[in-house]
Structures are given as C-alpha cells and as structure tokens.
Design a protein around this ligand. Structure first.
Ligand SMILES: Nc1nc2c(ncn2[C@@H]2O[C@H](COP(=O)(O)OP(=O)(O)OP(=O)(O)O)[C@@H](O)[C@H]2O)c(=O)[nH]1
Length: 197
C-alpha cells in the first residue's frame, strides 16, 4: 500500500499574513492541488499540520478522504512534521511532498515508488529534492528520529541517513519543474496559469 503525506505545518512567513497552504492557484487551494496530484498515485492521504490549521485543511480538502497528523509540538520544522506524518501513515511506502509544490508530478512519483528501497529521491540540476520523494515508512521514521535526536532539523540529514536511491529527474524539469515551490506572493503569481490539471 502507498501513502501520500502532505506537509503543511509551516508558518508561511515569506508569504505574508496568510497561510500559503490555502492560497488559491487557478481557483483551487494549493494544498488541494497537491492532494489531487498525490491521490492519482497513492491509496491514502495523510496531511501533517498544526492543530489550529485543521478547520482550514478540512475546508480545502472537502470531499477528499484523508487523515490528519497533528504535530504534538508545533514549529519544530519539516523533519518533525514528516515524523508526525509517518507515524500516522499506514502504507509501506510514503510519498512526501510539501504543501507549496502545486506542480508536483504524479508520473515522477510513479518512478520513485518503483525505485524505492529505503527511500527514492529525485535529483535535478545536481540538487536532491527530499520534499518530492518516497520513503519506506519505517526507514523514514527512524531517519527522522535520529536526525532530530542529533539536534538537526535538516531534511538533507534525513536523506543521508536513509541512503536513498537517486532518480535522475533532469528530463522532467526541462519544460516545467515539479519542484517549483511557492514561498512568496511573487512565486504564487509565477505558477498561476501554469497548471494543466
Ligand atoms: N510540521 C511542520 N512543517 C513545517 C514546518 N516548517 C516548515 N514546514 C513544512 O515544510 C515545507 C517547506 O517549508 P517552507 O517552504 O520553508 O514553508 P514555511 O516554513 O511555511 O515558509 P517560511 O516561513 O516562509 O519559511 C512546507 O510544506 C511547510 O509546511 C514546521 O515547523 N512544522
């Protein structure tokens, strides 16, 4: 079984007052676009967020079945959020994606699921993308636990601990990058009109 995990527990400080997870891209909240894309290649959806985001998540995902994974302590960074989500997910393999990647690519996730052992991470332009990657649920949890226990909040430290299969994604980034993430209002404007479905 495959799970999808959307991380949405950040504070969107670069985005201004609003929570970027719920900002609309071409008429749909960004988190919903990400959920729809993951839904095409997974059997269950888990959303990691803070307790105070639950109502807005429910509104944005109306009609989509999902389970919520609330951070026991908020604001401990994406590795802590990933650990919270992996604790709730039930699939053996879990596609982890940030809420601010509305161009996340189901076809690339298929390739990552096919390649995963302890983890599979795409590389494009010599960069690894840990928030558009697939993790073995147990291996991912252990790697998050150990990273946090070592005092790090870095996703790259999680990757180093899972020893991932690296999937070359330079072919998919040629025309539009699935790794484009929206941090600011300017970024939001840049992805608007670029979504095909
Ligand atoms: N659970 C949880 N997720 C987080 C946390 N910080 C960031 N994230 C998530 O990690 C992903 C990447 O983070 P950023 O792009 O930096 O998002 P952000 O922290 O909301 O935005 P900035 O405040 O502008 O840095 C997003 O999906 C965030 O929701 C956190 O403290 N807890």
């Amino acid at each position: 079984m495959r799970s999808g995990l959307v991380l949405a527990g950040g504070r969107s400080t670069r985005f201004g007052e609003a929570d970027k997870s719920f900002a609309e891209v071409d008429g749909r909240p960004m988190i919903r676009r990400v959920a729809d894309r993951l839904g095409a290649v997974t059997d269950e959806l888990v959303v990691n967020c803070r307790d105070d985001q639950r109502t807005a998540v429910a509104d944005a995902l109306e009609g989509i079945p999902y389970r919520v994974a609330v951070d026991p302590v908020p604001d401990e960074g994406p590795v802590a959020g990933m650990r919270t989500g992996l604790r709730v997910a039930s699939g053996n393999a879990v596609a982890v994606v940030a809420c601010d990647m509305p161009l996340a690519d189901p076809a690339l996730f298929e390739r990552l699921f096919a390649a995963v052992d302890s983890a599979a991470v795409p590389r494009a332009d010599d960069r690894l993308h840990p928030l558009h990657a697939v993790y073995d649920r147990h291996a991912g949890r252990v790697a998050c636990d150990r990273t946090l226990a070592a005092g790090s909040r870095r996703l790259y430290d999680v990757l180093a601990r899972v020893d991932p299969v690296v999937v070359d994604a330079d072919d998919v980034t040629r025309y539009r990058s699935p790794f484009t993430n929206v941090n600011s209002r300017t970024d939001l404007a840049a992805v608007t009109g670029r979504i095909e479905n």
